[in-house]
Design a binder for this molecule. Sequence first.
Ligand SMILES: Cc1cc2nc3c(=O)[nH]c(=O)nc-3n(C[C@H](O)[C@H](O)[C@H](O)COP(=O)(O)OP(=O)(O)OC[C@H]3O[C@@H](n4cnc5c(N)ncnc54)[C@H](O)[C@@H]3O)c2cc1C
Length: 410
Amino acid sequence: MKNWSGNVTFEANLVVRPTSVADIQSAVMAAEKVRAVGSAHSFNQIATTPDVLLSFEHFPKDIEIDSSKKQVRVAAGVRYGELAIALNAAGLALPNMGSLPHITVVGATSTGTHGSGAKNKNLSAAVIKIELINAVGEEVVITGDDLHAARVGLGALGIIHHVTLQAIDAFNVSQSVYKDLHFESWLDNFDGSMGQNYSVSAFTTWGDSLVDQLWIKSHVENDVLPSGEFFTGTPAQEKLHPLEGADTASATEQLGSVGPWHERLPHFKLDFMPSFGAELQSEYFVDIRDAKEALQSVHALREQIRPLLLVTELRTIAADDNWLSEAHGRDSLAIHFTWKPDVPGVMAFLPTLEAALARFDARPHWGKLFSDNGFNFWELYPHFEEWRAYRKSMDPDRKFVNEQLAQWGI
Ligand SMILES: Cc1cc2nc3c(=O)[nH]c(=O)nc-3n(C[C@H](O)[C@H](O)[C@H](O)COP(=O)(O)OP(=O)(O)OC[C@H]3O[C@@H](n4cnc5c(N)ncnc54)[C@H](O)[C@@H]3O)c2cc1C
């Protein structure tokens, strides 16, 4: 079994496909080491284990909506796309989605997955209850303050079988794409261009000092819809894919067309291959106040970046108070790289990129590629030690800790 990208092989002794909570309990109690996998879209070894791997494709796909409280209880294994269709049919929405709807709710929230939007927190912020099986096979229900530790749990606290999310009322979004914004003037107007609409993503290949595409997702009732020129960008006259030359059929509808939130907030449609396919990804989060300087530092490396790169995406994320959230305590800019599938080349370059971003205390995305020894998580996350203590309380014998987590100091 491989991950979505094909760069990670799962070499578990045993793959268990639970169909009930009792199956999870038995598997956890019998295993020496155990991890769960969602849709295997992470790019590093975070979901692997040498012993028992729990995979949820046969688990009942519960989506239980409480319309009066606007809450939904979702089973492990349910993908965002499946949840979104059910929620929308009930007149509800999630505050945000990632670039693709193919990933599971539990797997994505566990790594701090995010979309864009200056006022939108990462996806785990919507979690209000976690139900999991701890290392001795007991049922644990996490609510209240413990959620600060548990929302972004890296799969290290237990095997989650359900999470409950707080939803909001359904809303409509209009998506427009603007082309060829001048990089320096876009940087000078960073807050305006990225902050005026519900969710904005900037794509660049770092060539000719341009932001190649600005994807603007406007809340139809609350935002002023862009028209004419937008911060030196011109409106695209045809549908675009973030990667030039790729088939636009997989991209969500653009050209200002209005649609329900879940058909515009992701960049890609559920029934199609997202992004490029043959690719790797890395992403680093810096304080939004350092956006300009951090981007200039990356821009200075563009001659080394461009041979390895398919495309860069720049997004904003609102601060939250979850201990391992990459946006913990600071409104953030996420600087993302979709790389060509050249593992040695990318891994050889990452230390250079990370050194350039180190002075901004850049935090790497937990589910993407970064140098194993390049980060001091005690310095980057003020609650890292408390989180480690919380993890230990759930799993003193490190049953849920794999080699990847150990390398990160967990
Ligand atoms: C094409 C593509 C586009 C992407 N776009 C974005 C994006 O827009 N924004 C972004 O932030 N990231 C993005 N990512 C990264 C992706 O969202 C994360 O890696 C996410 O964690 C993947 O979710 P998953 O369901 O595949 O989880 P997996 O990769 O399978 O697992 C992730 C973690 O969750 C844990 N886990 C899974 N299920 C359980 C469970 N039942 N109990 C306990 N732990 C569990 C695993 O052990 C692991 O630690 C993208 C990835 C790809 C391939």
